[in-house]
Design a protein around this ligand. Structure first.
Ligand code: GDP
Length: 595
């Protein structure tokens, strides 16, 4: 695998670096926080900071390079090398419901791919490629505008060209307007297919006027939007539509690098019995091959099988190619970016980072500042108790989670629920827990022997309980262990010095009267030594430690208020005690706080 080079001109934003590394912004912010850098999504990092992070993350196959121009990295990242090659255009079909999107995609597919083949393709496919004039065009099924919008928020460029289908007998409708807005905001080129021209009520000029009113002026009227009247059902003018797509693509000079680690987007994913996860990917860069390790969001895969949209095995896939792969450990999400990495270890690590981040910023496609703040708090690992909860049924998982959240840590320890689930502890749970001090709590479940062994090897603690209170007690004491220990001082007594018998470098023997409390060398079972602060007229002049206590030249355990006796003090620093000095005795212990 070749190295991926991220060029940095001066600085790089957190967002850009996350993208370039194929990480989510939240996970990168978390990593930064661990390095003591509090960063927001738009924060700029200098070259050294970015290098430090990459080293720390141990991301392999990525190298930073200083670039001495003013080009921003987001452009640099997409900027192509001199040997970038042409790639087919990626086209999405959008428009109002019932205006003929599905019919158009189906007709094109059958017209162009079925020739010479028996049966054709009947099952639903999310993306396909067809050939026109000996060139390939990639079509994406429209997964709904919301999904497209979500992808855009991830900053990914999914489509080069959007074909907006408008029924000539119905005109511009709300979803048509939405599609136009989407295409414009995604910076995609727009081509309009005025459909259903075979229909009686079809009115092409009126439809064009409708479109012009919505900002799409036809070329015929001096605008820059190509409009092709078609009948998706009968197949009229579809070749013209394809010609226009290729022409538009030519003007865009669509290219991609192939000698970089492969990357792209998840365009569909589902489970299939016997195969496990079946995931459709669109390659956008590099050359995807079977056997490679790729990370997509919180999941990763060693690509086991790869087939094209017709189900034919494909050993490698170039940019703009849609493929279906198996081998993902878990289902990645629609719109997740995938990135090739060097090995399983890196894949696992990056997936884990993304998982931790997304479980925290859960369910929000957009990272808000609140998410970031919360994420930052969580990232301070010293005070974060990471847990994975597994239970026998959903109800028990919920009650464990709810009860854990009720443990009041006075804001001193953050409980970070990395993941929850029903069923036994799995390999994946252990992977997720490894290296992050995450405790796996099981409630009424089994821990298979191989999993216990794996956990022991990876230093992961799996704690299985059948009684919820015991589980909660354990969690509470584990959180207490994370609390800072504090220094606790307790007053013991006070003495007035009445005579000094011997002063040496590291010891003094003096006598006096105990005014309050008592004085002793040791208090009960406590290991703590008894110390004394020496005051001369209210001014603190030094600290001593009680070595032994005497009364009438006999060693005694203690002297109480009203008694007179002698004390042997140990000195840490040279000190002279005088008559009339007062010594206030105390113990000093390091105590762990309690919740
Ligand atoms: P979608 O909701 O945009 O995917 O629309 P469909 O492709 O499902 O089409 C909706 C209806 O319009 C279906 O009954 C199609 O057969 C019909 N339809 C689509 N294109 C044409 C066309 O060019 N001419 C005619 N007459 N009917 C069409």
């Amino acid at each position: 695998m070749q190295e991926k080079v991220i060029q940095i001109a001066g600085s790089i934003t957190v967002d850009e670096l996350a993208q370039a590394l194929g990480l989510s912004v939240t996970s990168l912010v978390g990593e930064l926080f661990k390095q003591g850098i509090v960063a927001t999504i738009n924060q700029r990092l200098d070259f050294d900071t970015a290098s430090l992070i990459i080293d720390e993350l141990k991301v392999e196959g990525v190298r930073l390079e200083k670039k001495n121009t003013s080009v921003q990295v987001s452009e640099v990242h997409r900027e192509l090398s001199d040997h970038a090659v042409d790639r087919p255009p990626v086209v999405a079909v959008m428009g109002h419901v019932d205006h003929g999107k599905t019919t158009l995609l189906d007709t094109l597919l059958n017209k162009k791919t079925v020739e010479g083949e028996a049966g054709g393709i009947t099952q639903h496919i999310s993306a396909y490629q067809l050939e026109h004039d000996d060139r390939l065009i990639t079509f994406l099924d429209t997964p709904g505008h919301e999904a497209f919008a979500a992808i855009r928020q991830h900053g990914a460029m999914l489509t080069d060209i959007v074909v907006i289908v408008v029924a000539a007998d119905d005109g511009v409708k709300p979803q048509t307007v939405e599609a136009i807005k989407f295409a414009q905001s995604a910076n995609a080129k727009i081509i309009v297919a005025i459909n259903k021209i075979d229909r009686e009520g079809a009115d092409i000029p009126r439809t064009m006027a409708d479109l012009a009113q919505n900002g799409l002026t036809p070329e015929e009227w001096g605008g820059d939007i190509t409009m092709v009247p078609i009948s998706a059902k009968r197949g009229d003018n579809l070749d013209k539509l394809l010609d226009m797509i290729l022409l538009t693509a030519d003007l865009e000079e669509l290219k991609a690098d192939v000698d970089i680690p492969s990357e792209g987007l998840v365009i569909e994913s589902h489970m299939e019995t016997g195969k496990g996860s079946v995931v459709n990917l669109l390659v956008t860069g590099g050359e995807l091959k079977t056997g490679e390790f790729i990370v997509a969001g919180s999941s990763y895969a060693k690509i086991r099988t790869m087939v094209d949209f017709k189900g034919r095995p494909k050993g490698k896939a170039l940019p703009s190619t849609p493929v279906t792969v198996t081998g993902f450990k878990e289902l990645p999400n629609f719109g997740d970016k995938f990135l090739e990495v060097a090995d399983e270890k890196t894949a696992r690590k990056m997936a884990l980072l993304n998982a931790n981040a997304s479980s925290d910023a859960a369910a929000s496609a957009n990272v808000t500042s609140t998410d970031l703040l919360r994420m930052m708090n969580v990232a301070d690992n010293s005070k974060t108790f990471n847990v994975i909860i597994k239970g026998d049924v959903l109800g028990s998982v919920t009650s464990v989670v709810d009860s854990l959240k009720l443990i009041d840590t006075h804001g001193e320890v953050t409980l970070n629920i990395v993941s929850t689930g029903v069923g036994d502890v799995t390999e994946n749970d252990v992977y997720m827990a490894a290296g992050d001090n995450t405790v796996i709590y099981g409630f009424n479940i089994n821990v298979p022997t191989n999993i216990s062994k794996m956990a022991a090897r990876d230093g992961v603690s799996i704690r299985n309980y059948k009684v919820i209170y015991e589980l909660l007690d354990d969690a509470k004491s584990s959180m207490e262990e994370l609390l800072d220990a504090e220094i606790v001082e307790e007053e013991v007594g006070e003495m007035k010095i009445k005579g000094v018998f011997r002063t040496e470098k590291s010891s003094i023997i003096a006598g006096g009267e105990v005014l309050t409390g008592k004085v002793a060398a040791k208090l009960g079972d406590s290991e703590a030594k008894v110390m004394g602060r020496v005051y001369r007229k209210k001014e603190l002049i030094g600290e001593v430690e009680v070595e032994s206590v005497q009364k009438e030249k006999m060693a005694v355990p203690e002297l109480v208020a009203g008694e007179t006796g002698g004390i042997a003090f140990n000195l840490e620093k040279r000190l002279v005690i005088e008559i009339d000095d007062r010594v206030k005795f105390f113990t000093r212990e390091l105590k762990r706080k309690k919740l």
